[in-house]
Design a protein around this ligand. Structure first.
Ligand SMILES: Cc1cc2nc3c(=O)[nH]c(=O)nc-3n(C[C@H](O)[C@H](O)[C@H](O)COP(=O)(O)OP(=O)(O)OC[C@H]3O[C@@H](n4cnc5c(N)ncnc54)[C@H](O)[C@@H]3O)c2cc1C
Length: 810
C-alpha cells in the first residue's frame, strides 16, 4: 500500500517522527519538505538541549513522553545514541515545591512512570553539583534523559527514506493549494507538489502556513533563554557528553543539563518575549538560524545568580554561549493536532516539544491511517477544542505569554486564568455579583463557585473543612449551598454548557447515526446518550431534546462536540451553536415545582411533565424551553431562554422563590451534588480512551436501534471489560482529594482518581477512579496517594445518593 499523497511541511523532530510513523504503517507516497538544510534545519529542534522530563499532569502528555523515551531510546544514528537515559531530577527549595514534588510523584505513579522521592543528600549523590543545604528534597525519574533532537530527526528520516519517503531540503513552501474545500498540493520555491493530505509540522512558522488555507492557528513563538557555561572545574575530566541527570529547579524557573565539563542552563524566569511569526527571518538572512535570537545577558542575570546558589561549583565557571531560542506556546500548554475544520486534508501537528515528539508522531499517524488514534486520548490536544474567542489574536498572545511565565509554577486544579477576564458574562451576571459571587472561569464564562450572600446558610450547619490544598478556591458556603439545594430550591447558572441546535429533514437520521441513544421518539423527549468514535471510545456524553419533528437541542460538553457534528453533517441538517445567544438556569430542589408551577402557563405536574421530557412554556413573561432533568439529583428543570430575557427569568424566579427560601448555588456545590449522584463528567471521568461499559454508561447505548458510529466496536469491548470507573468513599472529611491521584492496593498502584470532592449530604469524601475490574467490588479497601500521605478509601455501591431516583421522579 502506498496510501494517499502526503506532504509533510517541516523536517523538525515532529515532521521526522510523523514521516517515520506513517511510512511504518505502509504509507509511502510521502514528501517531507523543509526550507532549511536537513537535519539541522534552523528550526527549534536544531538547538533544543533535549531534556525529556516525562512527568505531566496530563496523562496524554506523559504517555507521549514515555513513548518518545521508548522510541528514541531504541534509535541510533551510525552507532551514536539518539537518547541518553541519564535520569531526571527535580529539586525543591521551598516547602510548597516539596509538596508539589509529592504531587508530581503521584501523577508519575498514576501514569505508570517510575519515580522516587529523594532526601537532599540523595539529590547531591545523584547530582554532585547540587548543594544539599539549599534543597529540601527531590524527585528522581530514572527513565528521563536527554534526546539528541538532530540525531533523532536524521535517524527517523533515514528510516522513512528506506520506505520510500522523499525528503526535500531547502524547499520553502510558499502556498498551499485547495479546491472545493480540499487540499490539492503545496507550492514551493522549486515548483508544486500534488497532495491529498498536507500536514503542517512547521513549528513556530505554523501560523504562517495555516494562514495559507485560512486557518487561524493559536500559538505564539516565544524566545526562551538557553545558556552554556565554559568548563566547570568540578566537572573537569568528564569525557562523556552527559552522565549527570537532567535537573530542574522549578522554584527559580531553571533547568540544567551536562555537556562534557560544562552545563546547559535553560531559563523561564525572564519577561515573556513573543515574536510575530511574520517577523521570523529567513534561513538565508538569519545570523545563526531563524529560530535563534541574540542572547540578552541582562535577562539571564538572576538565573546565573540563582545557579550559583543551587550549584555552588558554577561560581568558578563562566557563561560562554547563549541564545534566545524560539519555540511555540499555546493558550492551554497543550499541542495542536488534527485536521482543519474547513479544509479537508489539511492537518497540523504543532506546539510539540521534543519530549512529546515521537508520541505525537505516532498519534498523528494512527489518526491519519486508521481514522482515529487508538494509543492516546487526544481530546486535550484536538485543534478544534477552542471557543471562537480563544482564537482572537489578543487572547492568544496574552495567554501564551502567561503560560510562558507559569510553565514551572505550582498550579491548583481550580486556579482560573487572571487575564484576559472577564470575557463572557451570562445574563445573570449582575444578579450574581449582587449576591457576592466568587467567580471562577469556564470556557471564558464567569461562573460562580459560591455566593458570599449565602454565608447566612452556615448558621446551624457544621461544614467540615478539608485539608489546605483542597481548601483553596473553597468556602464552607459551598457545603451550605449543597445542603440547602437538597432542602428547598436553588438556581444554578448552566449557561456555560454548550448548546447546539440540530435541525432539518435529515436531523433524525443524522442523530441516530451519531449517537448511542434512540432519539427518534416523540416530540418532547429527552435522551441522554453518547457520541462514540469508530473504535467505541467515548467522545462525549450529551442530552438530546426533541423540540420538533426535525428540531433538536443538544446539550454538549464543548467545541469538540460541535466540530464532530459538523464533520459528519450533510446538507440535510443544519447545525448551529446557540450557546452565546441563549442562557440556562437549573431550578432544582424539592420545592422546585412549588416555585415554577405557579409562574408557568403549562402543566409542570409530575404527570403532565415527566422526568426526561421537554416542553416550551412561559415563566411569567419569559418564553422558555424547559427540560426536566437535573445533574444534582433533585426534582427540577433546566430552563433555557434567549440571552435578552435571561435577567428577567432570574428575577422572576428569584422574586417568587423568596417564600420557598430560594438560593443561588455555585459550581462547588454542583460538583459535590453530582458526585453524590454518580453523574460522570466527560474529559475527567471518561475520555476518548474509555468505552461506555467500563465507564458505567452502558445504559445509554441502544444496540438494537440500528447502526451508529462505534457500534461495531462495542460488542467486542463489552465482552472484555478489564477496568471500571469506580466510586470510592473516604471517611475522614479532611481527606478530600482533588483528582489525578494514584490509587493503591497495598504497595501497588492499581489506578487513578478522576473526579473527587466532598459529599455534604452523605458526609464523606468521594473519589471516582479507574480501577481493574476485579478490584471494583463494594467494600474493598484501597488507598489514595495524596501528596506524602495515604488516604484510606473504600469502594462503594453507586450512586451514593437516592439510588431509587425518588427525588428526581417525584
Ligand atoms: C532554547 C530552547 C530549548 C528547548 N529545550 C527543550 C528541551 O529541553 N526539551 C524539549 O522537549 N523541548 C525543548 N524545546 C522545545 C523544542 O525544541 C520544540 O518544541 C521542538 O523542537 C519543535 O519541533 P518542531 O518539529 O515542531 O519544530 P521545528 O524543529 O522548528 O521544525 C519546523 C520545521 O518547519 C520548517 N518550515 C517552516 N516553514 C516552512 C516553509 N514555509 N517551508 C518549508 N519548511 C518550513 C522549518 O524550517 C523547520 O525545520 C526547546 C526550545 C528552545 C528554543
Amino acid at each position: 500500500m502506498t496510501g494517499p499523497r502526503v506532504v509533510i511541511i517541516g523536517a523538525g523532530v515532529v515532521g521526522a517522527a510523523l514521516a517515520d510513523e506513517l511510512s511504518a504503517r505502509g504509507w509511502s507516497d510521502i514528501t517531507v519538505v523543509d526550507q532549511g538544510p536537513v537535519p539541522a534545519t534552523g528550526g527549534s529542534s536544531s538547538h533544543a538541549p533535549g531534556l525529556v522530563f516525562q512527568i505531566n499532569a496530563s496523562k496524554t502528555m506523559a504517555e507521549f513522553a514515555r513513548y518518545t523515551v521508548e522510541k528514541l531510546g531504541a534509535l541510533d544514528l551510525d552507532g551514536e545514541p539518539c537518547f541518553r537515559q541519564v535520569g531526571g531530577l527535580e529539586v525543591a527549595t521551598t516547602p510548597e515545591r516539596l509538596a508539589e514534588l509529592h504531587r508530581r510523584h503521584g501523577w508519575a505513579t498514576a501514569w505508570g512512570i517510575e519515580s522516587r522521592l529523594l532526601t537532599p543528600e540523595e539529590c547531591a549523590e545523584r547530582h554532585p553539583l547540587v548543594d544539599p543545604d539549599v534543597v529540601l528534597g527531590g524527585l528522581l525519574i530514572p527513565t528521563d534523559g536527554l534526546a539528541r533532537a538532530v540525531h533523532a530527526v536524521e535517524a527517523q528520516l533515514r528510516a522513512a527514506r528506506s520506505r520510500g519517503v522523499r525528503v526535500l531540503e531547502r524547499h520553502e513552501v510558499l502556498d498551499v493549494r485547495t479546491e472545493d474545500g480540499r487540499v490539492t498540493g503545496v507550492v514551493t520555491d522549486h515548483g508544486e507538489l500534488a497532495a491529498d493530505i498536507v500536514v503542517c509540522c512547521a513549528g513556530i512558522w505554523g501560523p504562517r502556513i495555516a494562514r495559507m488555507v485560512g486557518l487561524p492557528l493559536p500559538l505564539t513563538p516565544l524566545a526562551h533563554q538557553l545558556a552554556w557555561t565554559g568548563p566547570v572545574p568540578a566537572l573537569a575530566g568528564r569525557t562523556d557528553e552527559a552522565t549527570l541527570p537532567i535537573l530542574r529547579h522549578q522554584d527559580a524557573d531553571l533547568y540544567y543539563r551536562q555537556r562534557f565539563d560544562g552545563l546547559g542552563i535553560g531559563y523561564y524566569g525572564h519577561r515573556p518575549m513573543p515574536v510575530d511569526p511574520d517577523d521570523i527571518v529567513s534561513v538565508d538572512k538569519a545570523e545563526v538560524m531563524p529560530s535563534v535570537l541574540t542572547f540578552t545577558p541582562g535577562d539571564f542575570a538572576p538565573a546565573w545568580a540563582e545557579t550559583h546558589r543551587l550549584l555552588p561549583a558554577t561560581a568558578a565557571a563562566e557563561i560562554t554561549e547563549g541564545i534566545n531560542g524560539l519555540f511555540s506556546f499555546t493558550t492551554d500548554q497543550m499541542p495542536l493536532m488534527g485536521e482543519a475544520p474547513d479544509v479537508k486534508g489539511f492537518w497540523v501537528a504543532e506546539a510539540v516539544w521534543v519530549t512529546h515528539s515521537a508520541g505525537v508522531g505516532r498519534a498523528m499517524a494512527e489518526w491519519l491511517v486508521d481514522g482515529h488514534c487508538s494509543s492516546f486520548d487526544l481530546h486535550e490536544c484536538d485543534l478544534s477544542r477552542f471557543e471562537p474567542h480563544q482564537l482572537a489574536p489578543d487572547y492568544v498572545l496574552a495567554r501564551d505569554c502567561q503560560n510562558y511565565v507559569e510553565v514551572y509554577d505550582i498550579l491548583h486544579p481550580l486556579q482560573p486564568m487572571e487575564e484576559p477576564r472577564p470575557l463572557r458574562l451570562s445574563p445573570f451576571h449582575s444578579r450574581q455579583r449582587e449576591l457576592d459571587a466568587f467567580f471562577l472561569e469556564a470556557s471564558g464564562w464567569e461562573r460562580p463557585q459560591w455566593y458570599g450572600a449565602n454565608a447566612r446558610l452556615l448558621d446551624g450547619r457544621d461544614i467540615p473543612v478539608p485539608n489546605d490544598w483542597a481548601a483553596r478556591y473553597w468556602s464552607p458556603i459551598v457545603g451550605a449551598e449543597a445542603l440547602a439545594s437538597r432542602e428547598s430550591v436553588a438556581l444554578y447558572d448552566m449557561t456555560a454548557l454548550k448548546r447546539i441546535e440540530v435541525s432539518g429533514p435529515g436531523a433524525v437520521a443524522f442523530l441516530q447515526r451519531l449517537t448511542t441513544g434512540d432519539v427518534d421518539k416523540s416530540v418532547g423527549s429527552v435522551t441522554y446518550c453518547l457520541l462514540l468514535d469508530v473504535d467505541g471510545g467515548i467522545r462525549s456524553d450529551i442530552t438530546v431534546a426533541r423540540l420538533g419533528r426535525d428540531l433538536f437541542q443538544v446539550g454538549a460538553n464543548g467545541n469538540l462536540d460541535l466540530d464532530w457534528l459538523h464533520r459528519h453533517a450533510d446538507d440535510t441538517v443544519v447545525i448551529r451553536d446557540v450557546t452565546a445567544g441563549t442562557c440556562c438556569v437549573g431550578v432544582w430542589g424539592p420545592l422546585a415545582r412549588d416555585l415554577v408551577q405557579p409562574l408557568a402557563d403549562a402543566d409542570f405536574s409530575n404527570e403532565g411533565f415527566r422526568y426526561f421530557r421537554a416542553k416550551r412554556a412561559h415563566i411569567g413573561a419569559v418564553p422558555v424551553t424547559a427540560l426536566r432533568l437535573s445533574y444534582i439529583g433533585e426534582l427540577g428543570w433546566e430552563l433555557y431562554t434567549t440571552a435578552d430575557m435571561g435577567a428577567r427569568l432570574w428575577d422572576t424566579l428569584w422574586a417568587a422563590g423568596r417564600e420557598y427560601g430560594i438560593i443561588a448555588g455555585g459550581r462547588g456545590a454542583f460538583t459535590s451534588l453530582r458526585l453524590e449522584k454518580g453523574y460522570r463528567s466527560f474529559g475527567t471521568d471518561m475520555t476518548f480512551e474509555h468505552d461506555p461499559y467500563e465507564a458505567g454508561l452502558g445504559f445509554a447505548v441502544k444496540m438494537d436501534k440500528g447502526d451508529f458510529i462505534g457500534r461495531a466496536a462495542l460488542a467486542e469491548r463489552a465482552a472484555s471489560i478489564r477496568r471500571r470507573l469506580t466510586c470510592l468513599t473516604i471517611d475522614d472529611p479532611a481527606d478530600v482529594v482533588m483528582g489525578r491521584e494514584p490509587v493503591y492496593d497495598g504497595a501497588t498502584c492499581v489506578g487513578y482518581v478522576t473526579s473527587a470532592g466532598f459529599g455534604y449530604t452523605i458526609g464523606k469524601g468521594i473519589a471516582y477512579a479507574w480501577l481493574p475490574a476485579e478490584l471494583a467490588t463494594p467494600g474493598r479497601a484501597l488507598d489514595i496517594g495524596y501528596f506524602d500521605r495515604r488516604v484510606a478509601a473504600i469502594v462503594a455501591e453507586e450512586p451514593l445518593y437516592d439510588p431509587a431516583m425518588r427525588r428526581l421522579r417525584a
